[in-house]
Design a protein around this ligand. Structure first.
Ligand SMILES: NC(=O)c1ccc[n+]([C@@H]2O[C@H](COP(=O)([O-])OP(=O)(O)OC[C@H]3O[C@@H](n4cnc5c(N)ncnc54)[C@H](O)[C@@H]3O)[C@@H](O)[C@H]2O)c1
Length: 241
């Protein structure tokens, strides 16, 4: 497929997991991709340009958008994928942990969107935000992470309303458990009540980053033109009940 031929995308979190799968998928469908991450991005595909960006810095967000325009002369798709999750008892979350989760998961998507929107408006661009089932369900021991993903849900809906009369589309995907280093690295404190965690384990296991990349590519392509302001779960039924 070549749904992104001639288009340019900026994808954050592209060194690992979902962001890497999204960058690969878009590039394989013809996009030129500015693959942004705080870690080294190793994607050896024509049209993929690695760019170091700490999304917790508004200046670096603005610089990433400028780098995309320098490299490709346009911006059609913004993929806000980078994120971090630090579990723990709500009463034990340190101020530093709180600020880091807010800065990476909320500040980054907002300031990237703010810098990208004028360019996305030029050609009917799309913002795809990666939220989480944690943005639509309450999640024990992930209170702050869940707050950040709830903010992404409202960022998506509110931008969708503000730009309702333009050609810009804004969409969020809410993955459930996905087989990535982030999910594998979750370590709960030993004294948590596992009864409270069971609702988020589901009955069907985990999805793969490529499952999210496939949905991302659909909603970001012209085939997704009817989708605006929606929060789309891809979670093996986790948020159904
Ligand atoms: N894996 C899951 O189960 C799951 C479920 C729901 C939502 N999500 C969300 O999906 C997104 C991707 O997560 P993943 O599972 O692929 O994780 P991951 O850890 O595999 O990848 C996250 C990437 O973000 C990068 N990153 C972290 N901080 C950054 C910063 N300050 N600036 C730029 N890049 C930074 C990391 O270096 C890493 O490459 C996150 O927003 C996460 O909250 C994941």
């Amino acid at each position: 497929m070549s749904r992104f031929e001639g288009k340019a995308a900026l994808v954050t979190g592209a060194a690992s997991g979902i962001g890497r799968a999204v960058a690969l998928r878009l590039a394989n469908e013809g996009a030129r991709v500015l693959a942004c991450d705080i870690a080294e991005v190793s994607i050896a595909l024509d049209g993929v340009v690695a760019h170091r960006c700490d999304v917790s810095s508004p200046d670096e967000c603005r610089a990433a958008v400028a780098a995309c325009l320098d490299a490709f002369g346009r911006l059609d798709v913004l993929g806000n994928v980078a994120g971090i999750a630090i579990p723990g008892h709500a009463t034990d979350v340190s101020e530093d942990e709180y600020r880091r989760m807010m800065a990476v998961n909320v500040d980054g998507p907002f300031f990237l969107a703010q810098a990208a929107i004028p360019h996305l408006l030029e050609r009917g661009g799309v913002i795809v935000n990666i939220a989480s089932n944690a943005g639509i369900m309450g999640i024990a021991y992930f209170v702050v992470y869940s707050m950040t993903k709830g903010a992404i849900v409202q960022l998506t809906r509110s931008l969708a309303m503000e730009y309702a009369k333009t050609s810009l589309r804004v969409v969020a995907i809410a993955p459930g458990g996905i087989n990535t280093p982030l999910a594998a690295g979750v370590r709960f404190p030993p004294d948590v009540d596992f009864d409270l965690i069971r609702p988020y384990t589901g009955f069907r296991g985990q999805g793969e980053p490529e499952d999210i990349a496939a949905l991302f590519a659909f909603v970001a392509s012209d085939e997704g033109r009817n989708i605006h302001g929606a929060i789309l779960p891809s979670d093996l039924g986790l948020s159904a009940g």
